[in-house]
Ligand binder design. Structure first.
Ligand code: RRO
Length: 292
């Protein structure tokens, strides 16, 4: 990667041309696709995304054209940007993760990210990620044959550190944390939950300090590289996740607020911060808050 910023899964990662723009115009160092499933999914009906005071709540419901469609028709375009493209996978069993990961590798993905963290789709995501033994089984299965790196994306649960340890034991090459946090918004006039799926995932500034805490705790427990996600909205929030232990950061909700310029803004601020503090590389500050 040319810089430590990445496009987070779920934002602009549904088409090859958008991914190219995020890298070529925005300057992201790498991009993660929207999570792919075996069969195409339409996702939940509207309302599926709302803006709240400190972020967004979404329940998109994993809309995607199915892995074959995406990997045949969108990935080749995305790969033209030259930056690493990481294919996000959602499944409800080890064999589903295996099937999609194998095809992603065949079609030229640089890595896969296993979505064990979506907080509001039943039997997928966090339903697996909050069960450390299930995390071990899925990661072990994918690692048993795949040559490209396997990132494991975990979400907020009481077991997140245990799950990260199990993922590492099963061979994960990196841990990504966190996803959105299960939440709800109620319309005081209709007196009903606003999202059609009732529950959704909270993202943006509201979850930043939860992400910092999770990265900090996971860094103490594992040796593989960590990628921090959650409320990165400027260079300061990126530096905070790096000091907690992240080697790179993913950016999602802030794109909806600031546009694609967020990537260059973070990189520039990070560079200045390193220079002003006498460091020569991001590596010098990864996990530094544990050492002082
Ligand atoms: O598609 C979604 O509703 C979704 C997914 Br897969 C995820 O991992 N996280 C999220 O907040 N929404």
């Amino acid at each position: 990667m040319e810089n430590p910023t990445m496009l987070a899964s779920g934002i602009l990662g549904s088409s090859g041309s958008m991914i190219r723009r995020v890298v070529e115009e925005g300057g992201a160092g790498a991009a993660v696709t929207k999570s792919l499933t075996i069969a195409p999914r339409e996702g939940y009906s509207t309302p599926c995304l709302i803006a709240v005071k400190e972020g967004f709540i979404n329940a998109m419901g994993l809309p995607n054209p199915g892995y074959k469609n995406f990997l045949d028709h969108e990935l080749p375009e995305a790969l033209k940007c030259g930056a690493p493209i990481i294919v996000s996978i959602a499944g409800s069993s080890s064999s589903e993760f295996r099937e999609i990961a194998a095809y992603a590798e065949k079609r030229g993905a640089h890595a896969v990210e296993l979505n064990l963290s979506c907080p509001h789709v039943a039997k997928m995501g966090l339903d697996i990620g909050a069960d450390p033994e299930a995390v071990y089984d899925v990661v072990k299965e994918v690692k048993s044959f795949l040559k490209i790196p396997v990132y494991v994306k975990l979400g907020l649960s009481d077991k997140i550190v245990e799950a990260a340890c199990k993922a590492e034991k099963a061979g994960a090459d990196a841990i990504v944390a966190i996803n959105t946090v299960k939440a709800m918004a109620i319309d005081i006039y209709s007196k009903k939950p606003i999202l059609s799926a009732k529950y959704g995932g909270l993202s943006g500034p509201a979850v930043h300090h939860i992400a910092v805490r999770c990265i900090y705790d996971i860094y103490e427990a594992v040796s593989v590289p960590l990628i921090g996600v959650g409320g990165v909205e400027d260079w300061k929030t990126a530096v905070e996740l790096i000091l907690a232990g992240a080697s790179a950061v993913q950016i999602g909700s802030a794109i909806a607020v600031k546009g694609l310029k967020i990537f260059k803004e973070v990189c520039l601020g990070l560079k200045e911060y390193l220079k002003l503090n006498g460091f020569s590389s991001v590596k010098d500050i990864v996990g530094l808050s544990h050492k002082l």
